[in-house]
Design a protein around this ligand. Structure first.
Ligand code: C3B
Length: 829
């Protein structure tokens, strides 16, 4: 499959590994770790042996990196995130180590199916969507740009659910990624920290008569570290992903835990283990569940205790803590770090308020990922009082000082004081986590230019008035290693061949060198052949799973992302239904054959999102079977969209649907993955779409819809979706067709919640943008018929994506936010 020269496989690789050395190590790992020989090994045995072989190579570099980082006392980035959506490790690590060809050759020699071994890996789905995947891309880029970093999070036993489609409905299945063990992690049972919950806070006088505070928790659990090495591409740097698993302390000492009550003791143990048991599957809205707050505090506390341990070990004092560590808070989920760092410094390490506050404020940085009101986290004060009484005290104290500052800056403006307070006093008192994160951070950033501007002018306006210098934009990025080299090896090989080198893999801007070739017909043809091969592979995969194998010559039009009304999968669907009506009305309608592919999960409790999935499948069932359509349209749902399946999808897409209502999608990152793989985008002026369009050229992007400003104006003027429904015949007939029961075996009730909601409420203005969308889709239809022109646009989409490498994002953070420098690591094999 991979076109790289076979000769390369025979050479000793950059890491000094020959295929012979790899085969030997592989066989050893099969035999000594699993007691298997080749003839009886299962797929999983082979995968584990391969994984251990690769992991061993990472470990040498990991130890070396840790040593160099310590020696140079480099500032370390600590990326605190409740989610890391990693995806399979094996292929990615082989690429980053530079040994994939040697490994493939070793596999061939042992007569093994290399692709099958890669396939056997279960992915760690420790995240919901964009936010979690971004954290994983950033871990890759931190290592690649040689920045010392630790990712801190939770080792969920059950990650995001697996999605199966039954009768068109989403059904959730528990994720069991740890079933066969996880060869990439190293448990550190001795590296554990106590985490308290409940109890009370008390004052006491220390030996000098100074009044201090301490927390007397009612319950203590332990957080145990599980470490995964994260290898950079083309460098020797290996960083650390440290995930915490919750445990009851002293598992065997049941008696001490709960005297005489054996059952109660076991129950307590189970309670402790529950904390890291399962990832909350809600993407943007926060569930407000007690266990979620416990999870947040749990991983924040373990992580900060770990940093303090490292600093004390290295320097014996915490005075220079903020020079040693830059903490990045990935959304508000780890915002408690502000209060917990204060508590640890003051109560446990006996620092005064001023010094502790200066350190905290110089350590923390905060990224906001959404403006959706339902996603802005707040927690009832009552819950804090019960679970984290000392933290509530600290939050009150921070708030008092903060609001005094506001009062002095803005005289006689109590309304502003109330708006900015860390406590929302209206209707049940609540702690505002975004405010806590903002007050405790040196820098606050949004994730795309528009989003960062809207952040400053809407949800964080008051904070921007107060501290404009703290606000930044860092546009998101994605790693070209996973989303080009790993997922699309044929395209990667073609690019490398055309460039004459593979520098682009860690310097994506250099793809611009290819631009002059965009006109070259020979390249266009090969480019198209690569795309068609990827479409064929996807078609086979879909055929085996959905019963429909789409025609690789048709235009693959893909929308893959979490299901949410603001992302407007239903806008896409209304267009499909309209196309279908055209064919029904006139069998000779001249349409470019298209395959519409959807993928994505809905939060299990999100009724409308689940109904959209059902509707897509129902529409597919009717259209795909209708002889009159005769294959011109296909509508397919790819089940269980996750990182692994995404890697199948991105290379095969011709058109990428990025059709959120302007102002709602903070950035989007799928948009970047598609474009890098040569898909054209149909999209609104939302999130990073705007910047993508500016980079790839306006003529190579299908733009439609209202701008964020127009959206706001329309809303203020009073939006009446009903008027669009009445006025626009195309729209009306598409909606009416759903309401008629055609897609529900005559049941006119099934989809009524969806159609009624569109006609009467339409909170994300699907109807207002429909007409423009439909027109732009007609342009797409025409443009695809001109293969040369399309291929040229496709090539330019890829070559102009340099800005959207996560390496660039990380360099931005490093220079503008963290002030950290690369620390190269030398290895002498
Ligand atoms: C997402 C946003 O919805 C995306 O626009 C953005 O690209 C990514 O974050 C990464 O910045 N997001 C998410 O996945 N989960 C949240 N809770 C909030 C935002």
């Amino acid at each position: 499959m991979n076109q790289l020269s076979a000769a390369a496989a025979d050479e000793r690789t950059r890491t000094g590994l020959s295929k012979e050395a790899l085969s030997r190590a592989f066989l050893d790992n099969l035999f000594y770790l699993q007691g298997r020989s080749l003839d009886v090994a299962t797929d999983n045995n082979l995968y584990q042996a391969a994984a251990f072989t690769v992991r061993d190579r990472l470990l040498e570099r990991w130890i070396r990196s840790a040593h160099v980082y310590k020696e140079q006392n480099a500032r370390t980035v600590c990326y605190l995130s409740a989610e890391f959506l990693l995806g399979p490790h094996l292929a990615n690590n082989l690429i980053n180590l530079g040994i994939i060809e040697a490994a493939r050759a070793a596999g061939d020699e042992l007569d093994l199916d290399f692709e099958q071994i890669l396939e056997s890996e279960e992915e760690p789905g420790l995240g919901n969507g964009g936010l979690g995947r971004l954290a994983a891309c950033y871990m890759d880029s931190l290592a690649t740009t040689q920045i010392p970093a630790i990712g801190y999070g939770i080792r969920y036993e059950f990650g995001i659910f697996d999605q199966v489609i039954v009768d068109g409905w989403q059904v959730e299945k528990g994720d069991t990624w740890l079933r066969n063990g996880n060869p990439w992690e190293i448990p550190r049972p001795k590296l554990a920290f106590p985490v308290g919950f409940g109890g009370y806070s008390e004052e006491y006088a220390d030996e000098y008569g100074v009044v201090r505070h301490r927390w007397r928790p009612e319950l203590q659990i332990n957080g145990v570290a599980y470490d995964t090495p994260i290898m950079g591409y083309g460098v020797n740097n290996v960083n650390l992903l440290r995930l915490w698993r919750s445990e009851a302390p002293e598992s065997f000492n049941f008696g001490a835990f709960n005297v005489g009550d054996y059952y109660g003791a076991v129950h307590a143990k189970i309670g402790a283990e529950t904390i890291s048991k399962v990832l909350y599957p809600n993407d943007e809205p926060e569930a407000g569940k007690e266990l979620r707050l416990k999870q947040q505090f749990f991983f924040v506390s373990c992580s900060l205790q770990d940093m303090i341990r490292l600093q004390l070990r290295n320097t014996g004092t915490l005075e220079h803590f903020s020079e040693k560590f830059a903490v990045q808070l990935n959304d508000t989920h780890p915002a408690l770090a502000v209060a917990e760092l204060m508590r640890l410094l003051m109560d446990e390490h006996l620092m005064g308020w001023e010094q502790a506050w200066t350190i905290t404020r110089n350590t923390c940085h905060f990224t906001n990922h959404t403006l959706l009101p339902e996603a802005l986290e707040t927690w009832p004060v009552e819950l804090f009082e019960r679970l984290l009484p000392r933290h509530l005290e600290i939050i009150y104290a921070i708030n008092q000082r903060f609001l005094d500052e506001v009062r002095v800056r803005f005289l006689n403006d109590e309304a502003r004081v109330a708006r900015m307070s860390l406590i929302d006093e209206g209707g049940g008192r609540k702690v505002r986590m975004a405010h806590l994160a903002a007050v405790g951070s040196r820098a606050i950033n949004g994730v795309a230019e528009l989003h960062s501007e809207l952040l400053k002018s809407t949800v964080m306006k008051d904070f921007n008035d107060l501290w404009p210098e703290r606000f930044h934009n860092v546009t998101n990025g994605v790693t070209p290693r996973r989303f080009m080299v790993v997922s699309n090896p044929e395209l990667a090989a073609l690019i490398t061949e055309t460039c004459g080198n593979d520098r682009w893999v860690s310097d994506l801007e250099s793809l611009r060198d290819l631009e002059p070739h965009a006109e070259d017909h020979a390249l266009q043809q090969r480019w198209r052949a690569v795309k068609t091969n990827a479409k064929r592979e996807l078609s086979d995969w879909l055929g085996a799973r959905t019963g429909y194998a789409p025609d690789p010559e048709s235009l693959f039009d893909v929308q893959a992302k979490r299901f949410h009304e603001y992302k407007r999968q239903h806008l896409n669907l209304l267009h499909i239904i309209w196309l279908y009506e055209q064919i029904k009305q006139n069998a000779n309608t001249d349409l470019t054959p298209r395959t519409f592919i959807f993928g994505g999960k809905a939060a299990p409790g999100y009724f409308m999102a689940k109904l959209m999935i059902k509707l897509i499948n129902a529409v597919g069932e009717v259209i795909n079977k209708d002889p009159q359509v005769n294959g011109t349209l296909r509508v397919l749902f790819m089940p269980d969209f996750n990182v692994k399946n995404g890697q199948r999808l991105y290379p095969a897409a011709d058109l990428s649907e990025q059709i959120s209502l302007a102002g709602k999608e903070a950035s989007g990152t799928g948009n970047m993955k598609f474009s890098m793989n040569g898909a054209l985008t149909i999209g609104t002026l939302d999130g990073a779409n705007i910047e993508i369009r500016d980079e790839v050229g306006h003529e190579n992007f299908f733009l439609f819809g209202m701008t964020a400003t127009e959206v706001q104006q329309r809303q203020e003027a009073g939006y009446q979706p009903w008027e669009y429904y009445q006025r626009n015949e195309q729209l009306r007939s598409a909606i009416d067709l759903i309401a008629s029961g055609l897609f529900s075996h005559g049941d006119a009730e099934l989809f009524r919640p969806l159609t009624e909601n569109l006609i009467h409420h339409d909170p994300f203005m699907v109807l207002a943008d429909f007409e423009d969308y439909r027109e732009r889709q007609q342009e797409v239809d025409r443009a695809y018929r001109d293969a040369h022109h399309w291929d040229r646009m496709s090539i330019l989409n890829t070559t102009r994506m340099g800005k959207f490498s996560s390496d660039r994002s990380i360099r931005d953070y490093a220079q503008r936010i963290w002030q950290v420098e690369p620390t190269p690591v030398e290895v002498h094999d």
